[in-house]
Design a protein around this ligand. Structure first.
Ligand code: ZN
Length: 181
């Protein structure tokens, strides 16, 4: 995994880029929740399910299919007033799908563990992106307070935080210029 901080940052960036409105605290809390929920599979890892298993770490909960099903659930339970299949519903679904799926994409940029089963349950192959600059994050909180934890934070700042903030800043500038003309 990349660290929960980076997953949360990407969730907020996606919401900002899609210019979601109205935006409530509930919306942002659910966004961050969706960005970290795939790591619920660590429970399976702890009780002895094999890493490479469908229910192992970076398995089914990191797949696009899971992101699809989970986004529908979150929108249904979190925003029951949004009418199913309405325009607003599709925007919400797109947002929560992208946020949940972004977790696997960040994990696939890390340099350790097994890859991500993006196409589970149809295809169990584990994938990495062609480029994996992010140091893999320790699973426990304690792991952060070590030299390796420091290494991970530096690589995430360089390869995730800086690019995400630059994209957000660039978008903000473009929008302001367009609004002025
Ligand atoms: Zn993960």
């Amino acid at each position: 995994m990349a660290s929960a901080f980076s997953h949360g940052l990407v969730a907020i960036a996606i919401g900002k880029l899609l210019r979601m409105s109205p935006v409530s605290i509930r919306f942002w809390v659910l966004s961050i929740f969706c960005s970290v929920i795939p790591d619920i599979d660590i429970i399976g890892y702890r009780v002895g399910i094999d890493y490479g298993d469908l229910f192992g770490h970076r398995g089914i909960t990191h797949s696009l299919a899971f992101a699809g099903v989970f986004s529908v659930m979150v929108v249904r339970l979190g925003f029951p007033a949004v009418k199913i299949f309405s325009g607003g519903w599709w925007v919400f679904i797109t947002h929560f799908f992208l946020v949940t799926a972004s977790h696997g994409v960040l994990d696939a940029m890390t340099d350790g563990g097994l890859g991500v089963a993006f196409f589970a349950p149809f295809d169990h192959t584990r994938y990495f992106l062609p480029w994996t600059p992010v140091r893999v994050s320790p699973l426990g909180v304690r792991g952060f307070f070590t030299m390796r934890g420091w290494d991970v934070m530096v690589s995430e700042v360089v390869w995730i935080w800086v690019p995400v903030l630059l994209i957000l800043g660039g978008f903000g500038v473009c929008r302001r210029i367009m609004e002025r003309h």
